[in-house]
Design a protein around this ligand. Structure first.
Ligand code: CP
Ligand code: NVA
Length: 326
């Protein structure tokens, strides 16, 4: 049964029911099939989409642009130095101006309050392309990839290892609790998620019998895992904390030994990307020991990270089509 998400924002996943998330995932699968079949959509024909980026992006930016063009919309990239937001103009005024010109707004940036402000005042759908607290469009691509690899979400043992209180950990916990997963965060105690968010997610978990476990014990955390997921140890804006995070998280690197501890030869590896998995990048050269995943696992048959990255297009397209499409 289709759900009417027209005109709705997409900010955290907290406001979406499990049926609505299911609907978005099924729509993403359909849009992927259509694209593979060479069918070009017109669901966003004539729409103008503002893409505001305070932080850099490869996947999210490209996914929004490609999804817009695939469905006939016009995307307009508004980088942090291109617009007045935050320097000469308030969030409220920017929202009202863009709301008079555009049909939808994507925001990627620092404070979650900014995307909430845009949503409050723009009068058009606003989609969160990552804030310091949440990254909900990424979760749709992650879950779509799990569906493709495992055929279901209910009961899947999904283990997030690393910085347990960043935007990915928060959003995955919300999504997993709504979709009935056996979700675990494995992290040092100082990087456990906020207690209030865990409590909120435990509330969501009841509807679909999801399970949430937060532990610093790697062996019990990864036992029988179907999915091991990690993210960078210091998120955008936290670069000054890299040395401290390396010390805190060095034993939590996703590597062969951790995969062996799952006892599941079919366990898959996911990562939102970008990832540190070798010493080829500038930051990795500057900070030896920064790798949250070993090169071996990143390049192994377990790794589904490039399907996951591709799925950003199909899932972001689904969000725009569902909230703004004809
Ligand atoms: N996963 C993700 O959001 O990647 P980008 O930072 O490249 O957009
Ligand atoms: N936690 C990471 C996710 C990047 C997609 C960050 O915020 O930098």
């Amino acid at each position: 049964m289709p759900f009417n998400l027209k005109g709705r924002h997409f900010l955290t996943l907290k406001d979406h029911t499990s049926q609505e998330i299911d609907f978005l995932l099924q729509l993403s699968i359909k849009l992927k099939q259509d694209k593979y079949a060479g069918l070009r959509g017109k669901n966003l024909e004539g729409k103008n989409i503002a893409l505001i980026f305070e932080k850099p992006s490869t996947r999210t930016r490209c996914a929004f642009v490609i999804a817009c063009v695939d469905e006939g919309a016009h995307p307009e990239y508004l980088g942090k130095d291109d617009i007045q937001l935050g320097k000469k103009e308030t969030v409220k005024d920017t929202a009202r101006v863009l709301g008079r010109m555009f049909d939808g707004i994507q925001f990627r940036g620092f404070q979650h309050e900014t995307v909430e402000g845009l949503a409050q005042y723009a009068g058009i759908p606003v989609w969160n392309g990552l804030t310091d607290r949440y990254h909900p469009t990424q979760v749709l691509a992650d879950f779509m990839t799990v569906l493709e690899a495992k055929g279901k979400l209910q009961g899947i043992r999904f283990v997030y290892v690393g910085d347990g209180r960043n935007n990915m950990a928060n959003s995955l916990m919300i999504g997993a609790s709504k979709m009935g997963l056996d979700f675990r965060i494995v992290a040092p105690k100082v990087l456990f998620p906020a207690k209030e968010l865990v409590k909120e997610c435990q509330g969501f978990a009841e509807e679909r019998n999801a399970k949430i476990t937060i532990t610093d014990d790697i062996a019990t955390g990864v036992n029988a895992a179907d999915v091991i997921y990690t993210d960078v140890w210091a998120s955008m804006g936290e670069e000054a904390q890299i040395p401290e995070r390396i010390k805190l998280l060095k034993n939590f690197q996703v590597n062969r030994s951790m995969f062996d501890q799952t006892g599941n030869p079919d366990c898959i590896f996911l990562h939102c990307l970008p990832a540190f998995h070798n010493t080829e990048t500038k930051l990795a050269k500057q900070f030896p020991g920064i790798c949250e995943v070993s090169e071996e696992i990143f390049e192994s048959k377990h790794s589904q990270v490039f399907s996951e990255a591709e799925n950003r297009v199909h899932t972001i397209k689904a969000v725009m089509v569902a909230t703004l499409g004809k």
